[in-house]
Each structure stands twice: as structure tokens, then as C-alpha cells.
Design a protein around this ligand. Structure first.
Ligand SMILES: CC(C)(COP(=O)(O)OP(=O)(O)OC[C@H]1O[C@@H](n2cnc3c(N)ncnc32)[C@H](O)[C@@H]1OP(=O)(O)O)[C@@H](O)C(=O)NCCC(=O)NCCS
Length: 187
């Protein structure tokens, strides 16, 4: 076994500087508010968003369907879990009417320091680049505001260029660099 270190940025934004209005979702997409029965759908969207991405190396549970399910259950049980900052986006195929979960975000709030933390923003690969990620992020930030939090924070892997760009565009700024140690098996 060996250890690999992944460079991660902690980024923050004061909520009064963050975008207030979510852009419209494209046709055939629908936003779904949090409900406990949605855990399998959030977990499914999370798994398909992360399984082929760098973060599934940083957090191996993200590369495994049951790991994503467990993670969703843990997040939903946390004391600061905020349903108002937790959203699912579904896509309804106009041809056959089938429905799939294609985007997820969860929020955790800490009133003691006025900070809302974004967890695992994910959009499945075939639905990226249409504004779903921006929409989910705006909704989560709005949920933090409703809880009178003052700023939002998140951690992102430095190599995750698309995500870093998205957060920069929103106005998030880097406040700290951390290194996440991950055990790897050498063959
Ligand atoms: C990061 C992630 C959530 C972004 O989701 P997304 O739905 O593609 O995000 P958006 O479509 O809102 O924005 C992505 C880009 O598409 C562009 N875009 C937004 N709306 C658009 C539209 N209607 N048409 C074309 N492009 C559009 C945006 O300008 C943005 O470009 P930019 O980052 O250069 O500014 C997604 O890539 C993902 O799930 N990655 C894997 C999981 C992950 O790493 N998550 C982050 C963990 S910290």
C-alpha cells in the first residue's frame, strides 16, 4: 500500500455576493425538493456523476453505488442537514417518457459560524454544459440564505478544472489549500 495526496481548495463566498436568481432549467428538466424517499435517486445521480471523475479516487465511496447510498444516508442524518439546500434534478425523455435523476446537491449548515457547506454537486455526464450545475448551486445557496447563513463554502479537488471554473464564475474564492491523503494499492 502507498499514499497519494490530492490537492484540494477550500473556497468560500459571502452569500450577499452570490447570484440570487437561478437561471431557468432547460425544457424536460424538473427540480425536485428534498424528501427522505428520494435518497436512492440522489445516490444514483451522485454515483453516475462522480464514478468516472477524479473525486472517485479521492473519495472511493463516490465510485460505488452502495457507497453513494450510504453517503446520502449519512448526509441526511447530519445535525446541520438543510433540506432547503438539497435538490434533485430529473430529466423526462420526451420520446419515451422515461425519467432519470441527472443532478444532485446537498447542503449542510453550521449556524455557529454562519456557514453553509455545499456537498457533492454532481450532474451526470450527458446532461452537463446546459446550466443544470449552475441551477442546483444557486438553489443550494438560496437555501443557505433562507437559514440566515452569511457565507457558503465547499472543497474541490484542484485537478477538477470544470468545477473550479464553475465556482470561480459564481464568485467563490480560494481561502485555503488542503491535501487529502488516500491509501492506494500498488499492483
Ligand atoms: C461540475 C459540474 C457539476 C458542472 O455541472 P454542469 O451542469 O455542466 O454545469 P453548468 O452547465 O451550469 O456549467 C458548466 C459550463 O457550461 C456552461 N453553460 C451553462 N449553461 C449553458 C447552456 N445553457 N448552454 C451551454 N453551456 C452552458 C457554463 O458557462 C459553464 O462554463 P464555465 O464553467 O466555463 O463557466 C459537472 O461537471 C459535474 O458533475 N462534474 C463531476 C462531479 C464533480 O466533480 N462535481 C464537483 C465536486 S466539487
Amino acid at each position: 500500500m502507498g499514499v497519494t495526496y490530492f490537492k484540494r481548495f477550500r473556497m468560500e463566498i459571502p452569500l450577499q455576493l452570490a447570484p440570487f436568481h437561478a437561471p431557468r432549467l432547460p425544457d424536460h428538466y424538473q427540480l425536485i425538493r428534498w424528501d427522505l424517499t428520494l435518497i436512492p435517486h440522489h445516490a444514483d445521480a451522485k454515483y453516475r456523476s462522480f464514478c468516472s471523475e477524479i473525486d472517485s479516487n479521492v473519495f472511493p465511496c463516490l465510485g460505488d453505488p452502495s457507497g453513494c447510498h450510504r453517503l446520502m444516508e449519512e448526509i441526511a442524518k447530519k445535525s446541520g442537514f438543510l433540506p432547503e439546500a438539497t435538490w434533485l434534478v430529473i430529466y423526462r425523455d420526451p420520446d419515451d417518457g422515461s425519467i432519470e435523476a441527472c443532478g444532485t446537491v446537498q447542503g449542510i449548515g453550521d449556524p455557529s459560524n454562519g456557514c453553509g457547506n455545499i456537498q457533492n454537486l454532481g450532474v451526470t455526464p450527458e446532461h452537463r454544459g446546459s446550466g443544470i450545475g449552475s441551477f442546483l448551486l444557486t438553489k443550494a445557496l438560496d437555501g443557505f440564505r433562507r437559514h440566515r447563513l452569511e457565507r457558503a463554502s465547499l472543497e474541490v479537488t484542484a485537478q477538477n478544472i470544470d468545477a473550479v471554473k464553475l465556482y470561480h464564475r459564481f464568485g467563490f474564492r480560494r481561502v485555503k489549500t488542503v491535501y487529502k491523503a488516500v491509501e492506494v494499492a500498488y499492483s
